[in-house]
Design a protein around this ligand. Sequence first.
Ligand SMILES: Nc1ncnc2c1ncn2[C@@H]1O[C@H](COP(=O)(O)OP(=O)(O)OP(=O)(O)O)[C@@H](O)[C@H]1O
Ligand SMILES: [Mg+2]
Length: 368
Amino acid sequence: MSQPAFLILDDSASERLIIKHVLSDAFPDAAISQANDAESARGMFAAMSLDCILLDYSMPQMDGVAFAEELRRAYPHLPIVLVTGVGDEMLVSHAMRRGVTDYIPKSRINVESMRRIVERAIQSCSLRKIVVAQREELETFAYALAHDFKQPIRQIRTFTELISQEVPNGDSPELQQYLTFLGQAAQRLGSLVDVMSQYTLLNQEPELHQISLAAVMENVTGALNSEIKERGAVLTFTGDVSLHGNETLLGQVLQNLILNGMKYNKSDPPRIDVRATCTIDECTIAIQDNGIGIAEQYLGEIFRPLVRLHTTSEYAGTGLGLTLARKAILAQHGTIECESEVGVGSTFIVRIPLSGGPSRRPDEAATH
Ligand SMILES: Nc1ncnc2c1ncn2[C@@H]1O[C@H](COP(=O)(O)OP(=O)(O)OP(=O)(O)O)[C@@H](O)[C@H]1O
Ligand SMILES: [Mg+2]
C-alpha cells in the first residue's frame, strides 16, 4: 500500500479529530478523509478508492451497523473497522456478522492499537478476496472440466459398443473382453464426471421452500423403481411431514441413501424403511436398512470424498454419494449422521429445520 486512503465517518467533530490524529501517526503516508453523515460518505465512496473506513458505531442520525451492511453489499472486500463506545462492545459480534471486519473501542485508541487493527482488517479483507477469487476460479474450472469431459466419454462408450458389435464373437474372445473392460471404464468415468458436476453445482446457494416429504418420496420411489424390482427390495415410508428444504436436493439425498441401503446389503429381501418425525422446530428422517453395516471406526469417514470401504469389484461406486448427500443437507441448514452395526444394518439420520433457521449444530455446518 503506497499511500493508503482512509475515511473516518463520525458525527462528532471532536471524535473525528482524535481519530484522525492517531490514524495519521499510525500511518504517516495516509490520505485521510472525513464525513459526518452517511450521505457524504456515500459520495466519497463514489469519488475515490478507499483502503479502509473507520465507522462510528452510534450516531444519532444513523445506525452504524446498518450502514456497514449497506457498504458490505456494495463493496464485498472493503475493510470496515467499527469504532465503539463504552458498552457498545457487547454488540460487536452482531456487527461482525453483518459485515464489519474488526473493531476498536474508543477507550483503547492509541497509535499502536490503531496500526495493528487497521492493518489486520486490510490484510483479512485482501486474503478473503484472494480466497473468493480462487474458489470461483476453481468452481468455473471444475464445471468446465465436468461439462467438457461428457462428450468424449459418451463417444468412447458409443464407439466401444459399435466395435464390439462389429467384431465376430467367436473370433477373438480376448478382444471382446477388452472391449467390455473399456466400456465399463468409460461408464465409470462418466459417473465420476456426473457426480463432479453435481458437487460443483452444490456450491451455489439452493432455494429453500416449504416442501412435502411424501411428494419427494413419491418421485424418489418412481426414479428407483427398476432398481427396487431388480434387487427384490422392500421400501417403506411413514411420516408425511412438511419441512423447509429443497425438493431436488432432498430427493437426491434420499435416492443416494436408499441406493446404498440396497447395494450394501446381503439380506433377502433387502429392506429400507424411511421414517420421518417432527418436533416443534426440526424434522428427523431416518433411513434404515438391514444391510451389511459399517464398523464404528468408519462412521465419521464415509462422508469424506472418495472414501469407499469396499473395492469396485465387490460393490461398484465412486465414493462420492455420501459426500454429496452431506453437502446437500448442510445447504438446507440440516445435519446428517449414521448409526450402524456390522451384520445388522445402518440408519442414516437426517435433521432439517422446519423453518429456514440455522443448523442445530453449527460445528458441523462450519466444516463443509
Ligand atoms: N447403507 C450402507 N451400508 C453399508 N455401507 C455403506 C452404506 N452406505 C455407504 N456405505 C459405505 O460407505 C462408502 C461410501 O458411500 P458413498 O455412497 O459415498 O459411495 P459409494 O456408494 O461407494 O459410491 P457412489 O458415489 O456411487 O454412491 C461405501 O463405499 C460403502 O463402503
Ligand atoms: Mg453410494
